[in-house]
Design a protein around this ligand. Sequence first.
Ligand SMILES: [Zn+2]
Ligand SMILES: [Zn+2]
Length: 258
Amino acid sequence: MLVDSHCHLDFPELHSDLDGVLERMSANGVTHALTISTTLETFPAVRAVARAHANVWCSAGVHPDERRDAREVTEDELVAMARDPRVVAIGETGLDYYRVEGDTEWQRARFRTHIRAARRSAKPLVIHTRAAAEDTLRLMREEGADEAGGVMHCFTETWEVAQAAMALGFHISFSGIVTFKNAADLKEVAKRVPLERMLVETDSPYLAPVPHRGKPNQPAFVKHVAEEIARLRGIAVEAVARATTDNFFRLFRDARPA
Ligand SMILES: [Zn+2]
Ligand SMILES: [Zn+2]
């Protein structure tokens, strides 16, 4: 039993064959998934997937890179979105200085809005950080993100950043990147993060793990992430599956296994 803690089932690559995607997920022992919101515009479609499938929950949030929405999301709006029983998290939110040029103040303002909404809703945060670890941690501290808790998704940072996030009560989620040959540093982090703080995810349709690298990703492939972590730590894959599944349901406490 495995849970994909982060995927994008509303994206066309997955949504165009959603029944097939969910079937292959079950056939590979991936029992549940959290599908992640990225824009205001597409949130209803994300929520519709979670409403239609008892083993899928969703988040409410606007991705740090996203400029598609006509206007900026407000704290009240996120709190209202989070009231839906299928919404178990706020995000994905955070900072991404890699893909954004020029002024990034709007990203930090948006991130603060999400942290405040998560605290008010008592829902955990799904945090995305890229080329911005220092500011991400600083804003988490300044806004009291530890009160909401959550997960550093698709983690690619150093052990020091992992430790700082865990000190704020956060979980660390590994994606298919941990299976890549050139990810030696990340493999070391995956050996050191305590099992009780770890989650696994696909971030599908992106970042397909080895042996599917370069092809479209899907939640079923989260098993390759778990297998690689088990191999690195010299433990059974079942131990990784059990721990990450327990962690998922403890962290996203509004998600009740079907
Ligand atoms: Zn992300
Ligand atoms: Zn994502």
